[in-house]
Design a protein around this ligand. Structure first.
Ligand SMILES: [Zn+2]
Length: 187
């Protein structure tokens, strides 16, 4: 796997295997090795990761919770530990194209995500929102996804520019397990 500048990346993660919103940051994984990812099979590049994820088991897809019309998963390219995405199952790009049921469930899952993150990681605040369209910053513009990013008083600015690198202190699989256990059964 190669980085944007062509240099060899040291870790074995493959973004095409998982739901993800790629961005411009490199990440300093601490611990850096994502040991739980074993399967290196590559889906076709035009496959939508947010459509593929629900067809996989929760651990592999980093899914925290599933509703009737929408589900919650960890972002493979997190801004912070516990950075969640709330997606409709349906492949729909824009918020105003979502059905009433999808809008209601995305909202309810977002509220639950806040409560679960507050309980498990004692976050002090959140950034919540959607990038609508590539021009607005959506990494995967064709499948609606709401970001829920926990914030702490001690974390860095929302747009860190120093070296373009974020330190992520915990493995994604570990965070997924913790959130899935804490997620209430009725959501
Ligand atoms: Zn999709």
């Amino acid at each position: 796997m190669r980085d944007y500048d062509g240099s060899e990346l040291p870790v074995g993660e493959s973004s095409t295997d998982f739901a993800a919103v790629p961005d411009s940051f490199q990440r300093l994984w601490t611990p850096h090795r994502i040991a739980y990812i074993q399967d290196q099979t590559q889906p076709d590049t035009d496959d939508c990761p947010f459509c593929i994820a629900p067809t996989l088991d929760d651990e592999k897809a980093l899914i925290v919770a599933r509703g009737k019309t929408a589900y919650v998963l960890l972002n493979l390219f997190p801004y912070n530990s516990g950075h969640l995405l709330v997606c409709p199952f349906r492949h729909v790009p824009l918020y105003d194209e979502a059905t009433d049921a999808e809008v209601a469930e995305i909202a309810a899952l977002t509220q639950t995500a806040m409560r679960v993150l507050r309980e498990t990681s004692r976050s002090h605040g959140f950034n919540i929102g959607m990038n609508q369209g590539v021009v607005a910053g959506a990494g995967i513009a064709n499948h609606l996804h709401q970001h829920v990013v926990p914030r702490w008083a001690t974390d860095s600015n929302f747009f860190p520019i120093v070296a373009g690198t974020k330190a992520i202190p915990r493995l994604l699989g570990e965070v997924r397990d913790e959130l899935a256990v804490a997620w209430p059964r009725n959501h």
